[in-house]
Design a binder for this molecule. Structure first.
Ligand SMILES: [Zn+2]
Ligand SMILES: [Zn+2]
Length: 317
């Protein structure tokens, strides 16, 4: 029997202490791609899941990680798009029903009927899905992405969740030259929103409560950087923006949603963080367009690399 190895949560009271475990992968099917993992990003979801911030994690041991880069080691009989030895990525979703209307029209990331998360979920064969802090993973080819030569693996990894989660709503809501795009919350997702909106040719307005991030946002390509410290911070921008990407999940009482909405033009669009709805990761079609743009425009995330054996330090950071 094939076994993969990963850094797993085994004791929720020590959430960042991950132990090496062996586990059984899903049954290899004709549409599957297997990859040997070389890189995996640390997503906020990993930390929420490990620290039980989204409620108790039922099944243990649990390997998290869904910003995965690896080298293809095996392809199923139906797979033509990928070859053994190719460098590919896998993100936060690893399966869907493949049959519903959403799956058939490039909206598989909204599949209503058979959505499978990359980890902490069950495959149809009953096997528990383990993530990318591990040696290998198997994914249906619809959830595998070819990585252009121009993008280094360390830069590509976090694109498959954080990058795609903001790129997809930018693309689907008409971000491009002539558009004014606000970004609120310059963290993992927000920094990608600034990078991609700028790469797409939009004029970017970055809003942050952290003075230290104002300079960073400029370096990422924001034309305007706005501190939200003053109560009147939004007043110069009333009706100004076409698209507003919010990556925060809680509004301060003195900075309610309507403060941000007031900066939108007529029919402007406010798009909130994926996990609250509004937008959920992105489809393969979105992902391929993102990678093409990143390769062409040289979009590089701000990342820090650590060896997988320092997973504890990585999730704590
Ligand atoms: Zn994620
Ligand atoms: Zn479906």
């Amino acid at each position: 029997m094939v076994e993969f190895k990963g850094y797993a949560l085994t004791d929720p009271s020590a959430w960042s202490t991950l132990s090496v475990v062996n586990y059984q992968p899903k049954t290899f099917e004709d549409d599957d791609v297997e990859l040997a993992i070389t890189h995996c990003g640390v997503c906020g979801s990993d930390v929420h899941t490990l620290s039980q911030g989204w409620g108790s994690t039922g099944t243990l041991p649990l390997v998290v990680g869904h910003e995965i880069v690896g080298i293809v080691t095996q392809v199923g009989a139906n797979v033509q798009e990928f070859k053994v030895g190719q460098r590919v990525g896998v993100g936060a979703q690893i399966g869907s029903c493949y049959k519903c209307k959403r799956c058939k029209n490039n909206n598989e990331n909204y599949c209503a009927d058979g959505m499978i998360d990359t980890y902490n979920a069950y495959y149809p064969d009953g096997v528990f899905a383990q993530g990318g802090y591990s040696t290998a993973i198997r994914a249906n080819q619809l959830f595998v992405f070819a990585i252009p030569e121009a993008i280094e693996s360390k830069d590509a990894a976090s694109m498959f969740c954080a990058g795609l989660t903001v790129y997809s709503p930018l693309r689907r809501n008409g971000c491009g030259p002539g558009k004014k795009v606000g970004v609120m919350g310059i963290g993992g997702l927000g920094h990608y929103a600034v990078l991609f909106a700028a790469a797409m040719g939009a004029e970017v307005y970055a809003f942050t409560h952290s003075e230290a991030k104002l300079e960073d946002a400029k370096k990422m390509g924001a034309t305007h950087v706005i501190s939200t410290h003053s109560n009147d911070f939004y007043k110069p921008y009333l009706g100004e923006l076409d698209i507003f990407i919010s990556t925060i999940d809680v509004f301060r009482p003195d900075r309610p949603l309507k403060t941000y909405m007031s900066m939108l033009d007529v029919h402007g669009k406010f798009i909130n963080r994926a996990f609250l709805g509004g937008s959920h990761i992105g489809s393969k079609d979105d992902c391929n367009a993102m990678l093409k743009l990143a390769a062409e425009k040289g979009v590089k995330p701000w990342v820090q690399e650590l060896p997988m054996s320092q997973a504890k330090e990585a999730v704590e950071k």
